[in-house]
Design a protein around this ligand. Sequence first.
Ligand SMILES: Nc1ncnc2c1ncn2[C@@H]1O[C@H](COP(=O)(O)OP(=O)(O)O)[C@@H](O)[C@H]1O
Ligand SMILES: [Mg+2]
Length: 317
Amino acid sequence: MDTSSFELLQTAVLLLDASGRITYANGAAEELLGRSRRQLAGRAAAPYLPAHSSVLKTPLADPPGGSLIEIPVHQAPHLADLRQARSGQAAQREVLRNLAHEVRNPLAGLRAAAQLLDMELPRADLHEYTQVIIDEADRLADLVTRLGSPQHQAAERQRFNVHEICERVRALVQLEFGEHIRFERDYDASVPDILADRDRLLQALLNVVRNGAQALAEHPDIPAPTLSIRTRIVHQPPLLQARHRTGLMIAVLDNGPGVPPELHDKLFHPLVTGRARGTGLGLNLAQECLQAHGGVLEFDSRPGHTEFRLLLPLSTS
Ligand SMILES: Nc1ncnc2c1ncn2[C@@H]1O[C@H](COP(=O)(O)OP(=O)(O)O)[C@@H](O)[C@H]1O
Ligand SMILES: [Mg+2]
């Protein structure tokens, strides 16, 4: 069978032989299942398929007894996917931390040399260039410090009202972005106090809300720029582990331009940014924080409607 056209599909496609073993997986399937075609080949398909009936199975004449499986991507088996993403991210951060460590010393040397050079310059108009070296070295040093700092000090959990941190964040971002943006609050008063690391969660929410405000501020042509913070109790939250029957959702919505489409797939990776002076760490750290709490950060975005959702487990059954 010519499989080249399957590569163009968003839908994950698997071809199985008569015994239900995988003979082919398209790119979407590799991505969905977090494994390469080579790793999947020859394995039984059943453990990889989501339990629900949305999987389409078409019998094939060739090979006899074989079948073609389609998994619509919105029905992705989130948990397997997420677990894979989590271990990948942890490994990535480890690499970044080591890199940060390696870069710090030469960077300090570079800056010191630029400063010496600056003092020896024969012409005043050349200072501009040494100053660029010094400023950029400072910016890199700052980035490296943030990359290298361990995020996983033991979480200091305490019980608090999430609306208190929502209000803190709103006040901070309102101060920073002034009158330009309208803020809406839609809090569910029945949300119980949660047990979490208050400072880190505040930082995560701040990163998300500030991104929304920045997106709105960068596009002054948007009519009625509005940022909303919404809290809800969610039952059977789909992305949390099954034992959590209820979850808390903090949703941050804006009517800005939307996340650039080319960033969607890698938005939570470190150093991914759509801004000239961005660090690309805000969402990565926010995701790390949520995951450290057994939760997850997810988003939907199109022009005029962007929603980031912080999901945290509430009860354990
Ligand atoms: N609400 C939003 N609207 C549009 N784009 C967004 C929004 N939130 C995040 N982004 C995009 O995601 C990128 C990564 O965000 P982040 O991880 O916080 O890094 P940084 O803010 O330093 O760029 C941003 O540069 C921006 O392009
Ligand atoms: Mg940011």
